[in-house]
Design a protein around this ligand. Structure first.
Ligand code: PLP
Length: 403
């Protein structure tokens, strides 16, 4: 008995989640480029271009810069397993699910992981890191730049300073910030920095760009034990991504085609114009949501991550029911809370191609309708009106300026 499975016909969605986000049609076209082999001279030339683009987006001269064949979590894993050996000690700053994930992965190496925590919605205090690290031999300090489970951004400078005092490497998760938020790996002296293709870069999920600086390379050379993971062993993977260009594993060729086009789009707009666009659309979104009577989850405006905004689910509204109506009626997907915040917050992503004024305005109008129909009183038109005020006081920037 064979069941008839029909041809794939997927709905069109506006993805306003903390990833994946919506994708430029040009990236879909690149994704469907006919396959070539990974050892084809054409492809070998192309991966050099992708590496050049990645160095530009990370703003680094680091030789070891390439997209890992894995999602963002693979980036976390690759960074920490190459840094740690059994018996080492490291500090991970924890203020949500993804920073916690770094600590969980790191602890599996047999190293001792010191957790320095902050309440959800806040940033970790670098002074706490200093206190915990004092008198210890700390291999690295791990920080999540944009904690998407809560919508919090952490300034990196004080953590670089503490890591210097401790003689430690600085490892930074920029999965949700690269291309959306100012970041300069060399100027900020980040030793290992990784991201995810499906966030502000706006490519399909499945690749984790990473860059590794000279101090981390030295730490890798000084290892006494092999890296626990064969697949994520950076020195071995670099046989393909380094000058030898010899086989290590088959990379996701189609995803690399798509990533190349997504990176080209980032530079057509300009990195800085893109950062400004993300900031401006977030300001409009926040103004609109506050005018609808909703409460931001992150109390300090300085801590609010430009790519993901978290709001409290208002009293009387059922989280899943509201998100379902947004999806069914408008094709808009937003995310709920995860972990301790499940059912308590919504997370609205404005990343990459999704971060456009027309998407913000559509979302606010849709949210207003759905809130009203589900029994939450809002002043009609207040959300869109407040967002328009933000836009009317500012010049359109980046990709928004071309519309
Ligand atoms: C999404 C995300 C991850 C995990 O990425 P996956 O692609 O889901 O594995 C890690 N860190 C942060 C900050 C993220 O936003």
């Amino acid at each position: 008995m064979t069941e008839q499975i029909g041809e794939l016909v997927a709905p069109t969605r506006l993805m306003m989640t903390p990833g994946p986000c919506s994708i430029d049609p040009r990236v879909y076209r690149a994704l469907s480029t006919p396959l070539v082999g990974h050892m084809d001279p054409f492809f070998i030339g192309l991966i050099g271009e992708v590496q050049t683009l990645l160095r530009q987006i990370f703003q680094t001269d680091n030789r070891t810069t390439f997209p890992i064949s894995a999602s963002g979590s693979g980036g976390i894993e690759c960074a920490v397993v190459n840094a740690l050996e059994p018996g080492d000690e490291a500090i991970v700053c924890i203020n949500g699910t993804f920073s916690e994930r770094m600590a969980i992965i790191a602890a599996r190496t047999g190293a001792t992981i010191h957790r320095v925590e902050a309440p959800l919605g806040r940033t970790v205090d670098p002074g706490d890191v200093r206190r915990v690290g004092k008198g210890r031999k700390i291999k690295f300090v791990g920080v999540c730049h944009g904690e998407t489970s809560t919508g919090v951004i952490t300034g990196l400078e004080p953590f670089r300073k503490v890591a210097d005092e401790l003689g430690a490497l600085l490892i930074v998760d920029t999965v949700a910030t690269l291309a959306g938020v100012p970041l300069n790996v060399d100027a900020q002296r980040i030793d290992v920095c990784f991201s995810g293709s499906q966030k502000a870069i706006s490519a399909p999920p499945g690749m984790a760009p990473i860059t590794v600086g000279p101090r981390m390379e030295e730490a890798m050379r000084n290892r006494k034990t092999p890296v626990q993971s064969w697949y994520f062993d950076l020195t071995a993977v670099m046989s393909f991504w380094g000058k030898d260009r010899t086989y290590h594993h088959t990379p996701p060729i189609s995803l690399i085609f798509a990533l190349r086009e997504a990176l080209r789009i980032v530079f057509e707009e300009g990195l800085e114009a893109g950062w400004q666009r993300h900031r401006q659309n977030q300001q409009a979104l926040i103004a609109g949501m506050e005018a609808l009577g909703l409460e931001l989850f992150v109390p300090d405006p300085q801590d609010r991550l430009p790519t993901v905004t978290s709001i409290r689910v208002p009293p009387g509204i059922v989280d899943a029911r509201l998100r379902r109506q947004l999806l069914d009626e408008f094709g808009i997907e937003i995310a709920g809370g995860i972990g301790a915040l499940s059912g308590k917050i919504w997370r609205v992503g404005l990343m990459g191609y999704t971060s456009q004024s027309k998407h913000v305005l559509l979302f606010l109008a849709a949210l207003e309708k759905v809130l009203l129909e589900q029994g939450f009183h809002v002043a009609p038109g207040a959300g869109v009106g407040s967002a328009l005020q933000v836009y009317s006081h500012a010049e359109p920037v980046g990709a928004d300026a071309k519309k």
